[in-house]
Design a protein around this ligand. Structure first.
Ligand SMILES: Cc1cc2nc3c(=O)[nH]c(=O)nc-3n(C[C@H](O)[C@H](O)[C@H](O)COP(=O)(O)OP(=O)(O)OC[C@H]3O[C@@H](n4cnc5c(N)ncnc54)[C@H](O)[C@@H]3O)c2cc1C
Length: 391
């Protein structure tokens, strides 16, 4: 019998568990995942989990990545209801410029090509039927689909983890990786806080915002910044909405229903990595479970309400939280090989990890097991960021 390839994954968020599951589909893979807390307890737990058929979060160039993610979760949900935590609210994407109109219309065409519904609406009365509290004076029109919605990243991670274990993979929960063993410039394994050493042929770092620190264990400067994801839950003045509040997307912010409340957050692409209020390099272990948000963001979002969603201006603040999105300079993830042999990354998913993890993990697992790369892996390789630095 041929020897199995031993792969160690650090991190049990959506990145690590999706990769673990995809690797476990190869019968010559021996996969072990290390999660220092609980599965899906990191950034993934704080995610809005939107996977919209067309919005601006991920360029239409990567539309297949979006579709693959969406359909992976729909199938998961069909296999066992609730296993992806799908809430089918639909999405309303508001266009504030002609460029946005073109992008939305292209997105609708792509969605229709895959068999989903989508329409670009300029009739303001019809837009208000979908979301009565919207101010339609500030928009040119809106793209609408009833087919998508948001998922629960933690549920998805746990479902991937269960599937991985059912396929023979191992998950070590509460296992804090404190050292990456490097010999002659090659990753050989990891050590955990309890002193145990595990040997691997390949180590994949899936620690999201922690990868700055785990990267250092491998002697690597992982070029990610933490953008502040400040999420606020507001209570609409009517308290109980008698219509389905869709995911609402504006270029600068988005909103979605969360029970009887509305979740709002500044969009990740509107974050400026050079603005210390927006981004920095911080320690994710110091993030509080709840609150920790800045007044700047709530002021900014309420200003957006006044202008665009006046029906929410009198909303009360229910709760809030702060999390870090691990972003690269081009807001695309870092996937695959690094300058340290056999130490790979699947990190920097920023504000799109739920959308991107299924397609990336499918391709990365094939690369690890068969050495076959894909266009996606080539475009999202670590080497592109070295080029940016002129190396
Ligand atoms: C407010 C908010 C809204 C978002 N909305 C969306 C959205 O609508 N759509 C979308 O696609 N994405 C969204 N995202 C982004 C998405 O949630 C992230 O891209 C994704 O969750 C990142 O997953 P990850 O697995 O890379 O990182 P994480 O979920 O942070 O997982 C990393 C894991 O590594 C573990 N770890 C760290 N160090 C170690 C160690 N030394 N040893 C062992 N384990 C370790 C941590 O405990 C953690 O569980 C949002 C994010 C936020 C914060």
């Amino acid at each position: 019998m041929s020897k199995k390839k031993r792969i160690g994954i650090i991190g049990g968020g959506i990145s690590g568990t999706a990769l673990g599951f995809n690797l476990s589909l190869y019968d010559d893979a021996d996969v072990t995942l290390f999660e220092k807390g609980r599965i899906g307890c990191g950034t993934t737990a704080k995610s809005a989990g939107t996977v919209c058929l067309f919005d601006d979060s991920l360029n239409n160039r990567y539309w297949d990545v979006r579709l693959y993610g969406f359909e992976t979760y729909l199938k998961m949900e069909r296999e066992r209801k609730g296993s992806a935590g799908f809430d089918k609210t639909g999405t309303l994407v508001c266009a504030t410029s002609e460029k946005e109109v073109d992008r939305i219309k292209a997105g609708i065409a792509l969605a229709e090509s895959a068999g989903y519904t989508g329409e670009y609406i300029t009739d303001k009365a019809r837009i208000k039927q979908i979301l009565p509290m919207l101010n339609t004076d500030t928009i040119l029109g809106a793209g609408y689909t009833a087919d998508d919605g948001y998922f629960d990243g933690t549920m998805i991670s746990n479902t991937f983890a269960q599937k991985m274990e059912a396929n023979g993979g191992t998950i070590l929960r509460g296992a804090d990786v404190t050292e990456i063993v490097i010999e002659n410039g090659t990753a050989k394994g990891v050590k955990t806080a309890d002193g145990d050493r595990y040997d691997f042929d390949v180590v994949v770092d899936c620690t999201g915002p922690w990868s700055r620190f785990t990267g250092e264990m491998a002697g690597l400067d992982v070029p990610i910044w933490h953008t502040k994801a400040e999420a606020f839950f507001v209570v609409p003045p009517e308290k109980h909405l008698d219509y389905v509040f869709p995911i609402l997307k504006f270029p600068a912010f988005y909103a979605l229903r969360a029970g009887n409340n509305i979740f709002i957050c500044k969009s990740h692409l509107s974050m400026n990595l050079d603005d210390p209020m927006h981004a920095g390099q911080w320690d994710p272990d110091r993030l509080p479970e709840r609150e920790g948000t800045d007044d700047y963001f709530i002021d900014f979002l309420f200003h957006q309400f006044e202008k665009n969603v006046p029906g929410l201006t009198d909303a009360g603040l229910n709760s809030s939280w702060l999390s870090y999105r691990a972003e690269t300079r081009d807001f695309l993830p870092i996937v695959g090989d690094t300058p340290v042999k056999n130490y790979l990354l699947a990190t920097g998913y920023g504000g799109n990890g739920v959308i991107e993890a299924p397609a990336v993990s499918r391709d990365l697992a094939k690369y690890i097991m068969r050495g076959e790369s894909t266009l996606l892996l080539e475009e999202w390789a670590f080497s592109r960021l070295l080029k940016d630095k002129g190396e």
